[in-house]
Ligand binder design. Structure first.
Ligand code: HEC
Ligand code: HEC
Length: 279
């Protein structure tokens, strides 16, 4: 009997290890495609200067309420997340609150992450734990006023795993954790107009590319993407090419979305078709 118990133990162990690597793989997929973490958390510049430095800290956001830099989220102990426990990392992703109690500026899209299923939230943390340490200290954040906290409507609680079988709901889930509507919704004095303006675009982004303005991605047939084919929408998302063939500018992370599975892209398109038309 003893050898059988041993066998059971071995099977259980390898089962555990492969469940862990499946989780890391899932976390890597989410972080490196739809969630575009590295679009903000990696240094920008010529490839020879930035190659291999993904996740070691990146973009600076200098706005009236704050001046913050996307921090180093590699496992470096001094300048990254090396000393954070898995629970602390998960908590900051789901609440926007650091272990020392300081809230993050809303640029970090944690207001969209509460919809994450527990297994996806754990997967992202498991993946971050595998990032090789890179030493790079970003400047400390500067907060000039109390920061607002607006949860994206519909993202308040984890999506039940059963809802993921519904294509439109899965598309909503992916578009939410991808914070598509954060960029594609106009800003009012009270924050983003997710009620009336959802998906109607018009928000400006300044950067090395000049100025880009997010577009109307509602189902409007005249101003939005209501008349576009599925293939045209998917090409815009993954290649940055508009319906008329013109090239789209950053900061949308086209190259990240290119790594998405076709079935996830189809789900996003199915959800976009349900976004009420706004002209
Ligand atoms: C739109 C840009 C953007 C995206 C996308 C983004 N982040 Fe952030 N993140 C930031 C900024 C900016 C901060 C710092 C905010 C501050 O200092 O108040 C931050 C803070 C953090 C922190 C806190 C670290 C610390 O030292 O306090 C963690 C952890 C983190 N992000 C992980 C992630 C992960 C994981 C993803 C993808 C799932 C992600 N971020 C996506 C911009 C972004
Ligand atoms: C960081 C901000 C940002 C995020 C996140 C973002 N977008 Fe965009 N998107 C833009 C901007 C800006 C443009 C327009 C660029 C230009 O005009 O050159 C754009 C363009 C588009 C277009 C092309 C529309 C047209 O008329 O050509 C589509 C479709 C689109 N986005 C869908 C999405 C979807 C779906 C998501 C989430 C998976 C998403 N976007 C996430 C900023 C963003």
């Amino acid at each position: 009997m003893r050898w059988m118990l041993g066998l059971v133990a071995v099977v259980a162990m390898t089962g555990g290890a492969s469940a862990e690597s499946a989780s890391v793989k899932r976390g890597s997929y989410l972080a490196n495609t739809i969630m575009t973490c590295a679009n903000c958390h990696s240094p920008k510049g010529p490839p020879e200067a930035t190659n291999g430095k993904d996740y070691s800290g990146g973009l600076e956001f200098d706005e009236p309420p704050f001046k913050v830099t996307a921090p180093n989220i590699t496992q470096d102990k001094e300048t990254g997340l090396g000393k954070w426990s898995a629970a602390e990392i998960k908590n900051v992703l789901l609440t926007g609150i650091r272990p020392n109690g300081t809230p993050l500026a809303e640029i970090m899209p944690t207001n969209f992450y509460q919809i994450l299923t527990p297994s996806d939230a754990n997967a992202i943390v498991a993946y971050l734990k595998t990032l090789k340490p890179i030493s790079n200290k970003v400047p400390n954040p500067l907060y000039k006023m109390a920061l607002p906290h607006h949860l994206f409507p519909g993202s308040e609680k984890p999506m039940p795993a059963s809802a993921m079988r519904n294509k439109i709901k899965r598309g909503f889930y992916l578009a939410t954790i991808g914070h598509c509507m954060e960029c594609h919704t106009p800003m009012t004095q009270k924050g983003r107009d997710f009620g009336n303006g959802l998906g109607s675009g018009g928000f400006e982004f300044k950067g090395p590319w000049g100025v880009s303005k997010s577009r109307n991605i509602t189902s409007s047939k005249t101003k939005g993407i209501g008349e576009w084919s599925d293939a045209e929408i998917k090409r815009a998302i993954t290649q940055g090419v508009s319906k008329d063939g013109s090239k789209l500018k950053p900061p949308m992370g086209y190259g990240y979305y290119a790594g998405m599975t076709n079935s996830d892209l189809d789900a996003i398109v199915a959800y976009l078709r349900t976004v009420p038309a706004k002209d």
